[in-house]
Design a protein around this ligand. Sequence first.
Ligand code: 5GP
Ligand code: MN
Length: 336
Amino acid sequence: MNTEFCAQLSEHLKTSKKIVIFPHRNPDGDALGSTLGWKHFLEALGHQCWVISPNEYPKFLKWLPGEEEIILYSQQETLAQKCIAECDLIFTLDFNTLSRIAPIDDFLENKDIPMIMIDHHESPADYPILTFSDPQIGSTCEMVYEVMVQLDPSKINARIGTCIYTGIMTDTGSFRFPSTSERTHQIASELIALGVNHTEIHQNIYDSYRTERLQLLGKTLNNLVQVNPLKAVYTSLSQAELNACNFQKGDTEGFVNYGLSIEGIRLAVIMIENQQEQIIKMSFRSKGDFDVNQFAREHFNGGGHKNAAGGMSSLSLEDTIDRLHAILLTYKEALA
Ligand code: 5GP
Ligand code: MN
């Protein structure tokens, strides 16, 4: 599977390199788990590495081993640009089009730094000199772990394992999505054998909420609309509702999934107003054959995976809701 990729990767890593690793904008557990785990591994191989995130990430990820060394492009642009200008190699993990690291994509233009992609989203772009892309795998962390095993398993320790386990756990919905395989569980077992504390990771991620976050979830559930007669629901949060609950980055993570817990529902959508960026950020989740990657690409300038995708709208929240509702009604057969 990735043998050819690993053989070529080994060639690139033969001599000591200065390496920059990018997660996507608004990084999640898989993006930060994979970039940090990969950084620790590459450092163990003798390379010098920086993880540069396009922007800030949620508090529930601010315990990952080494996260305090992450450079935020949005806050430390000069330092980030210096590291990028100095590096000989770039890894892009957990995304596959450079627009997902905007505005860094503009800075990279004409720089000619070789890039290597490891990612599990559909339709990879062709910017890298070397690509390991597999949409069947549940997380980028799982892919990165497989690469580590082939390159040098002796360098994988509990610190790296903690990063990897986090991304596998968050991207598989705690090992419940269909992309969770026998191999995923095997890897989890290998990581626990290395000393990874799975209970602590789960608590750090999922039991670290503020009361206001649960109140915001209450509003989300109250705003839920079922699109009769379709097996689809949507909900929304206005900026005013977010403000009333003292919204902090990451608070709405996972809210979209609640719609799918209603019996029979096959599509759930959440629309979240972002007044600062003047967009409505959308998340799509499905069960079974309804392809939200395609849906998000076609209607909301987005993408992702078959059962989990994101997108955006530049209309007002009300108009976005109306537009979504009208579009859904054209999917009567697919969502019957
Ligand atoms: P979420 O809804 O949790 O933000 O994202 C679900 C999945 O879709 C993730 O794999 C994420 O990387 C991807 N995704 C989210 N937003 C976008 C987007 O605007 N464009 C693309 N191409 N993918 C997205
Ligand atoms: Mn991922």
